[in-house]
Design a binder for this molecule. Structure first.
Ligand SMILES: [Zn+2]
Length: 277
């Protein structure tokens, strides 16, 4: 019954355009790319990026110039094609999180039209339905949610590709050394099958129950933009505490700042954290 319910949930979300999704692109990069990435992953950290930023800030003596510099965030191999206000937010968010988390991202493309999904991401591409996002705040949340998919599918890679975990991202096999499995297996037997060990309050939102990837992306969004609420919600749920610890330790390696937004209810869950609550 629960499985039928979450398939229905995902289907309704997808067809009505209220959710923010992931899609599968075949993992076509080579093992060399993976090992090169793993080395970079160790080197880059939030504190390094922040130190560089603070140094630049001191050199520039001007808030306006600092804003301009933030907006200029760019890196080789990344194309951003978004309206101006969304572009500035995207670059600001990217500059505030460790680059290792989004290293596999190659393009962020804005799509017009009411049929476009608000957000869609694979391990390397992100599409934003710009006509279906009403405010800058909503864009920021959709964007961070989609970055969660980029991190999950492209950032956290298996260290060896020998043993199949049974989880699939479409046709892509997820190997048993993929760090995302430490998160998935808290509530999931496969990407679509809940293990039956988690209750509604063990998820950060209702949409997080759609599949293991949405669980990951919604939890990442809450950790990045409102981790004080995550801490509060985790006081009521051992599973949520483990999800929180996964991001705090495995993903951010203990280096992150407290963030706070409107407090979320402890006894209930919002449908979708990308919508303003
Ligand atoms: Zn999603």
């Amino acid at each position: 019954m629960k499985k039928v319910l979450n398939i229905l949930l995902a289907f309704v979300a997808f067809t009505s355009g209220v959710g923010a999704y992931h899609f599968t692109e075949v993992q076509d990069f080579t093992v060399d790319f993976v090992s090169q990435f793993e080395e970079e992953k160790v080197e880059l950290s939030a504190s390094v990026i922040k130190e560089e930023f603070v140094q630049k800030e001191q050199e520039m003596h001007s808030v306006a110039q600092v804003e301009l510099e933030k907006k200029k965030y760019e890196r080789d191999g990344l194309t951003i094609d978004l309206p101006e206000s969304f572009d500035a937010i995207a670059r600001e968010v990217l500059s505030s999180i460790p680059e290792s988390q989004t290293r596999s991202l190659t393009r962020i493309i804005g799509e017009h039209g009411k049929d476009a999904k608000r957000g869609l991401a694979s391990f390397k591409s992100m599409y934003i339905g710009i006509d279906n996002i009403e405010t800058d705040e909503e864009f920021r949340r959709v964007f961070i949610h989609e970055l969660g998919h980029i991190l999950d599918l492209g950032g956290l890679k298996a260290s060896s590709r020998k043993i199949d975990s049974g989880f699939r991202d479409g046709s892509n096999v997820i190997y048993n050394t993929d760090a995302s499995l430490d998160f998935y297996t808290l509530c999931w037997d496969t990407e679509h099958d809940l293990s039956g060990q988690c209750s509604d309050l063990d998820f950060v939102s209702e949409y997080a129950q759609a599949d293991s990837f949405e669980d990951f992306a919604e939890s990442y969004l809450l950790f990045v933009e409102n981790n004080e609420s995550f801490v509060e919600m985790a006081k009521e749920s051992e599973v949520l505490q483990k999800k929180y610890n996964f991001f705090a330790e495995t993903v951010f390696n203990g280096k992150f700042e407290n963030t706070a937004k409107a407090e979320l209810p402890k006894e209930d869950r919002v449908w979708d954290l990308t919508k303003v609550y």
